[in-house]
Design a protein around this ligand. Sequence first.
Ligand code: FAD
Length: 321
Amino acid sequence: MASKFLVLGEVRDGSLRNVSFEAIGAAKVAADGGEVVGVLIGDSVQALGVELIQYGADRVVVVEDAKLAQYTSDGFSQALLAVIESENPDGLIIGHTSLGKDLAPKVAGKLEAGLISDVTSLEVAGGNTVFTRPIYSGKAFEKKIVTGGLVFATIRPNNIEPLQKDESRSGDVVTLSANITDLRTIIKDVVRKASEGVDLSEAKVIISGGRGVKSAEGFEPLKELAEVLGAAVGASRGACDADYCDYSLQIGQTGKVVTPDLYIACGISGAIQHLAGMSNSKVIVAINKDPEANIFNVADYGIVGDLFEVVPLLTEEFKKL
Ligand code: FAD
């Protein structure tokens, strides 16, 4: 049944994150021929509305306020609640990002709405939107519906295809005035960790290192391969605990969950907690000198060998392409 879905566009450093376009793709399915309305919240974000429309939103509602220049759950939830009140949608889809994981439960809780988190696919069946999400660290999947009221869902980045960008599409981008009351939390300063290269959570290719990399310097060949492939560098917790790299690179149950097109695991044994963060990658390549390593059980391609020999050879070969 045709319905109306809102999609929150997530802005970082003045640009929309890819997951926003994937959320529009998801909302198109959920709306089942109905309307998809983009939502932008921030200080000066109106200009980004056009891009949401080019990716399939029918129109865009913008809430701008100097108090919304930085994300706070307090400010953004006030803005989002104002949009929901004015639009009266059937559902709302947000990326399963740090922002989405914080904001969606807060707003869904306020409205006593059902929330399905970390969705990897969805379909409409029997008049309901059926959301699929991984459980038990990715070992199984469950299908869920919301039985009444508003439907909230967060979608895992890199799983749901966005629509093709169409620059000829047009639609209204209108501002909604919302009364953002004084915030209980104010961000005074944002201190960024210097991060090199591609954003891990949105990367199409990830080169990941484990304890087998043996030292911080041991990551250098992986970084060189990543450079050639335009990839991001990730790590197991083993490598982070050993201080070979920063915890911001950790992939797994207690790190980031990633689903790139290609995941190359170098010197990683394949502990269940690591697999929880990467086993849904589209193609997995494992390089490990132990032929019995568990990582080979999830790998599409396995190379039994010393990573310090194999990785530079791969880099040389890819350079020739
Ligand atoms: P190891 O298990 O030590 O494996 C190193 C591998 O490198 C071995 O297979 C070895 O054969 C191979 N190797 C060595 N030298 C070479 C070489 N020269 N060339 C090729 N291969 C080589 N782990 C995570 O990754 N992410 C998480 O989020 C996470 N969360 C956790 C949460 C909890 C509650 C707990 C208890 C654990 C968690 N862990 C997590 C830790 C996890 O259980 C493993 O300890 C960790 O993943 C092991 O890291 P590793 O594979 O790099 O190291």
